[in-house]
Write a new protein. Structure first.
Length: 506
């Protein structure tokens, strides 16, 4: 006898979306991102039955690997990092379509061999000529790879679809982003370019749309009449040891604010789309970003810092300037905070505070809508001494969920009001585990579903918002040092204190 789970919503059993005949090529396949995220995500998709029987994965890299060497690396990564249980039968089917091509990005012969490999896979495994090229490579390599794909005919769309996936950062300022987009658009049509922002693949981020537009409870108060400010925080407790090659010269603002946090802001601030068709969602986000700008004066409404020595929990850690690979004179910021205003009827007068940093108090990403205080409280000050602002907090990671903070009477004979939390947790409310962001995004690429990917206009508008702040910082000397394990430099507190506000402590 089988028993139905009474907590299981029958709608969770609806038919999943399954990719059609296709192949995925990963450039930079020997890198950390590929090992920890991409290959495990591909395995998890296969384990969930979401990839076609003939799906093929081709790695491209400099190492002198055979197909078997690459398959062994893939197997190890899948067993170590995949979300689902490792099954030999799933692996055996997936391994039949694994290939490796050795070469450099400027090597014509290597791309010709890649073309021959994909042609053979189409013939033997029925990939239909459909190929997605994942560029897990440094941004300065994007143009070279795209030009090689065009030269070798691999970008030709006549015998199946061809799509390109690029990782952030999308340039280092507005001018470079425009040049990069010009290169991409010269090889691939815009609908074939997928700019990965893995935060947009997280279930909690997607739930922002459901929270706002499926509930009458929240939308009437989602405006400047009720919201005092919005705080978007992405904090990490780790340092940057070993990542100097990527991070030095880029910094926290380019690495996180330009893409992740401005995208989260757009989802929070956008108007209701006419439908959830990708073009409609993107149009509403573009309206927000077009109306957004940094608040002046930038010296007072932004902050940047660089972590110094301190304690991370019980571990004594060094500062950035003592980390391996970083210059003792590096001015790369590891903390960045900016204030953004949105010139719209809904959000006029509401500051959006965006902050991110390394070596902060704990690892957390959240969006907090801080509501205005009640216009009149019929209580003595002693009754509400511990009462703060109402807040709606969307927790993106690590404990995905939503918290609503409001005032409630403390049990007892006296009238005392104190903040309490009403909490929703994904882990407790649903009986199925959420897929990793890269699972959702890779599947969407193979399906040609662009909803969760920023388009060219969004990228350029985001740089337009951030560029004035970066230019001011570059003219202003070194970032302020803050102690590791704290919540950033004093200037970050000062940028809110000037308006009588404080950062919410996650």
């Amino acid at each position: 006898m089988s028993w139905a789970n009474p907590l299981r919503d029958p709608r969770d059993l609806r038919l999943p979306r399954i990719a059609g005949p296709s192949a995925l090529v990963i450039f930079g396949v020997t890198g950390d991102l590929s090992r920890r995220k991409l290959m495990p995500a591909v395995y998890d998709l296969a384990n969930r039955g979401l990839l076609p029987p003939g799906f093929s994965l081709v790695g491209f890299g400099r190492r002198p690997w055979s197909d078997e060497d690459f398959a062994a690396t893939f197997r190890e990564a899948a067993k170590k990092h995949s979300r689902t249980e490792f099954r030999d039968d799933v692996w055996d089917r997936l391994a039949e379509g694994i290939r490796f091509v050795q070469g450099e990005f400027h090597d014509d012969d290597a791309f010709d061999r890649l073309s021959q490999t994909l042609t053979a896979l189409d013939r033997t495994r029925g990939t239909g000529g459909n190929t997605a090229f994942y560029l897990s490579v440094p941004p300065d390599a994007f143009p070279t790879v795209c030009e090689q794909l065009e030269r070798s005919g691999l970008a030709d769309q006549r015998d199946g679809w061809r799509r390109v996936v690029i990782e952030k950062p999308f340039g280092h300022d507005l001018d470079s982003a425009k040049k990069l987009n010009a290169v991409l658009s010269g090889v691939f049509p815009e609908q074939s370019v997928f700019r990965i922002d893995h935060y947009l693949g997280k279930e909690t981020v997607q739930n922002i749309l459901a929270l706002r537009f499926a509930n009458q409870l929240f939308e009437p108060t989602w405006n400047s009449h009720y919201v005092d400010s919005v705080q978007i925080t992405m904090a990490e407790d780790i340092g940057l040891g070993g990542r100097a090659g990527y991070y030095d010269g880029i910094g926290a603002a380019r690495d996180v604010i330009q893409n992740h946090l401005l995208q989260l802001m757009a989802l929070i601030a956008m108007e209701e789309p006419t439908s959830f068709h990708p073009a409609e969602l993107q149009a509403e986000k573009i309206k927000v970003l077009s109306a957004a700008s940094p608040v002046e004066p930038l010296d007072e409404t932004s902050a940047r810092g660089q972590y110094g020595p301190g304690w991370q929990g019980s571990e004594k850690v060094v500062g950035l300037l003592q980390e391996e690979g970083f210059s003792h004179t590096s001015t790369t910021e590891t903390f960045a905070a900016i204030t953004v205003e949105i010139a719209s009827r809904r959000w006029a007068g509401v500051p959006f505070y965006l902050r991110t940093g390394k070596r902060l108090g704990r690892r957390v990403t959240e969006i907090a809508l801080m509501f205005k205080r009640a216009p009149h409280l019929p209580f003595d000050d002693t009754m509400t001494g511990e009462l703060g602002q109402n807040a709606l907090v969307i927790r993106v990671q690590p404990d995905e969920g939503v918290t609503l903070r409001f005032g409630s009477k403390v049990p007892g004979s006296s009238m005392e009001v104190r903040d309490v939390n009403m909490d929703f947790s994904y882990g407790e409310a649903f009986t199925v585990s959420s897929p990793e962001a890269y699972e959702r995004l890779i599947l969407d690429v193979l399906l040609g579903e662009p909803s969760l990917f920023p388009v060219n206009a969004e990228v350029e508008l985001s740089w337009k918002i951030l560029d004035p702040v970066l230019q001011r910082w570059e003219a202003g000397g070194k970032p302020e040092e803050y102690e590791s394990g704290t919540w950033g430099p004093d200037s970050a507190d000062a940028m809110l204190a000037r308006t009588g506000r404080t950062w919410r402590r996650p």
